[in-house]
Design a protein around this ligand. Structure first.
Ligand SMILES: Nc1ncnc2c1ncn2[C@@H]1O[C@H](COP(=O)(O)OP(=O)(O)OP(=O)(O)O)[C@@H](O)[C@H]1O
Length: 629
């Protein structure tokens, strides 16, 4: 069930096929994000690569012309100086143009990658991926890498092209003076490259290892900023506790990074010392040669520029190789997320779904959330006939909400089948199935959007129909309080985002905060907007409502549900007593089933719970009477 499992450390990502696939995907993404910018960037790269060797050659020719006099067939010193000026100007200007095209390209890539990543996430059918920590870690890294890695990879590739041209040019100049020194200079770069690659792999593995800590860090930050969490945090004085927990994660992350940096320092130093020694040896050798008259000033200048240039270009190449390698390692997370198979299988040719004609059935349904987790449902068999109102009751954790999630196909049963008019719902298109269902979930969402959007999200076809929206709000007892909001249905229901500019002052103002019960009414209005559905699921629909609102809502919902198949979950047994059938879940099994009257007569768990709740009211009433007396 854990879809994102599998250590994507350096070893798995480092295979040649993985690299080719990653590089191909990154280049493809770059091309589609901005073909013109991509081509311009490549051209600029090539030209920039040609400039350093050109500069070196022009300098040598200028010095030679100045020292030995003008070669009649060659350009004049003045022309050479002009050429040098032009090259220098290009060296200063082209990076600016390259930065511009690079920034444009990067924005386009980030936008496209984000669209694809969240498009993919939106296509997950069920919930299990969102509860899989390894998948969440991978998604976080995929998000980061989607923004930075394609640009990193293309920068590395174009940088490599540019530096390769520069190195080849410099090597040609240098080898004309000293072939063996050229070989030694180039060879000295190999250990640096190997060390850097090994460090990069370690860096990628480190990123994966610290990813859960990074997510926990963000979680603690969120708790300290989230307004609904902050009230508990303040009251319980838990701010320091959260800060300590966040600090502890940060300290662990820092310690891991510091260990890595120490390793970087220790591994990088020897190859760097080797390069310096080679450069120093070369300098002594050429100065000796010049003193003995073997080399002229032009040769010394060309040697100094070319050897420094080769070393500089090689180290830049190495930086590009390791930067590109690093980007590829992280970009694999993006590729992996994009290539994840569907989380719940959907047949290529799903059975068409018609409005419910007969019944919904749970047939010997067993379910557990993780393969190694405890059973939550143990062989539940239940038939809900069309037009019937069924109430699910049971203690906390009995499995009521889980049963509801299975009928919406947010998970598949581990064993057994859920059927819609006799067809296994796994044979159907989940989107079509959900289109036949309306629901108020226990953990309903408060969207930081306008009142209209908050209701319209229930059925986007009606988002632009104020009459339908208001009608749904009326039936959920939400219309009156929405009418009193500063902008009515257009009011932004958020204290954390600014509203559109205020008409009078022109200043943005923050939106409006709602009470818990008002949010609940909006969630109900969302469900009411989907009133033409076959199945209505109401999981604790009146939680948070005042007594009067609860009563009037029950009456409305009963009218609304009439003739519609409904599944109601509530701990308020007074609420469920009017259901056609009450199903008691205990320990993942159906322990009792019948009408209110039948279950009370049975004197089982339902009767016990009902009596317990009723006694709460009657005892209080009796006490009140005593006080009154
Ligand atoms: N996403 C999940 N992953 C793992 N276990 C879960 C998940 N959701 C619920 N459970 C477990 O499944 C069991 C049943 O939960 P469920 O939410 O279905 O109970 P419920 O009857 O609706 O409870 P309540 O009355 O408290 O709402 C619980 O033990 C819970 O811990």
């Amino acid at each position: 069930m854990n879809a994102g499992r599998g250590e994507p450390g350096a070893h798995r990502l480092g295979g040649p096929r993985g690299f080719v696939a990653g590089a191909g995907a990154a280049l493809g993404l770059t091309w589609r994000a901005g073909p013109v910018a991509f081509v311009c960037h490549l051209l600029l790269t090539v030209v920039q690569g040609l400039l350093p060797p050109a500069l070196t050659l022009l300098t040598k020719w200028l010095f030679d012309a100045l020292q030995y006099g003008r070669d009649t067939s060659g350009p004049s010193p003045l022309a050479l100086a002009t050429g040098l000026g032009a090259v220098t100007a290009l060296m200063a200007l082209l990076p600016l143009a390259a930065d511009y095209t690079q920034a444009r390209l990067q924005r386009g890539i980030a936008h496209l990658a984000q669209q694809r990543l969240y498009g993919k996430v939106n296509r997950f059918i069920g919930l299990s991926r969102f509860e899989d920590p390894q998948f969440l870690d991978r998604l976080r890294l995929a998000q980061d890498s989607a923004i930075s890695a394609p640009a990193g990879i293309t920068t590395a590739m174009s940088g490599l092209v540019q530096q390769s041209i520069a190195v080849l040019g410099m090597v040609a100049v240098l080898s004309a003076i000293s072939p063996w020194l050229t070989v030694v200079t180039v060879a000295a770069a190999v250990p640096v490259l190997l060390v850097q690659i090994s460090l990069t792999r370690r860096q990628a593995a480190l990123l994966w290892r610290i990813s859960p800590r990074n997510r926990r860090q963000v979680f603690y930050q969120g708790l300290m900023l989230d307004v609904s969490a902050v009230k508990e945090v303040r009251l319980f004085g838990a701010g320091g506790f959260l800060l300590d927990r966040m600090d502890s994660e940060t300290r662990d992350i820092n310690a891991a990074e510091e260990r890595h940096e120490r390793r970087v320092l220790a591994s990088q130093s020897p190859p760097v010392v080797l390069s310096v020694l080679i450069a120093a040896g070369g300098l002594v050798w050429i100065v000796n040669g010049a003193l003995s008259g073997r080399f002229g000033v032009g040769d010394v200048s060309a040697f100094l520029t070319a050897s420094a240039g080769v070393q500089g270009a090689l180290s830049t190449m190495i930086a590009h190789i390791t930067g590109g390698y690093q980007s590829l390692l992280t970009f694999r997370h993006y590729v992996d997320v994009n290539r994840l198979p569907v989380d719940l299988p959907v047949p290529p040719d799903p059975v068409p779904l018609s409005p419910l004609a007969d019944r919904i059935e749970f047939d010997d349904v067993w379910f557990r959330y993780q393969d190694d987790g405890p059973w939550v449902l143990r062989g539940v068999s239940l038939t809900i006939t069309r037009g019937e109102s069924v109430a699910l009751v049971g203690l906390n954790g009995a499995g009521k909400s889980t049963l509801v999630k299975l009928v919406c196909r947010l998970y598949d049963p581990t064993r057994g089948t859920v059927r819609w008019d006799g067809t296994d719902i796994r044979e159907m298109d989940p989107a079509r199935l959900r289109d036949r269902i309306s629901a108020v979930f226990q953990d309903r969402v408060a969207y930081d959007l306008s009142a209209t959007d908050n209701i319209g999200i229930g059925d986007l076809r009606h988002l632009g129909d104020p009459g339908r929206i208001a009608d749904a709000a009326r039936r959920a007892d939400a219309h009156d309080f929405i009418g009193e909001l500063p902008r009515g249905y257009a009011t932004l229901l958020s204290r954390t985002f600014p509203e559109a500019d205020n008409e009078e002052t022109g200043e943005p103002s923050v939106g409006v905060a709602l009470s818990g019960g008002q949010w609940q009414r909006l969630a109900l209005a969302r469900a009411m907007l989907r009133d033409d559905r076959d199945l209505i699921i109401l999981d604790e629909p009146t939680a948070g409502l005042d007594a009067a609102a609860e009563h009037s809502l029950h009456e409305r919902m009963r009218a609304h549900r009439a003739g519609t198949t409904s599944l109601l979950i509530s701990h308020r047994l007074g609420t469920v007593r009017r259901a056609d059938r009450i199903v008691v879940l205990a320990g993942g099994r159906i322990s009792e089933c019948g009408s209110h009257g039948e279950l009370v007569a049975l004197r089982g768990e339902y009767a016990r719970l009902f009596a317990l709740q009723a006694s709460g009211y009657t005892d209080d009433a009796a006490e009140d009477e005593e006080v009154a007396v």
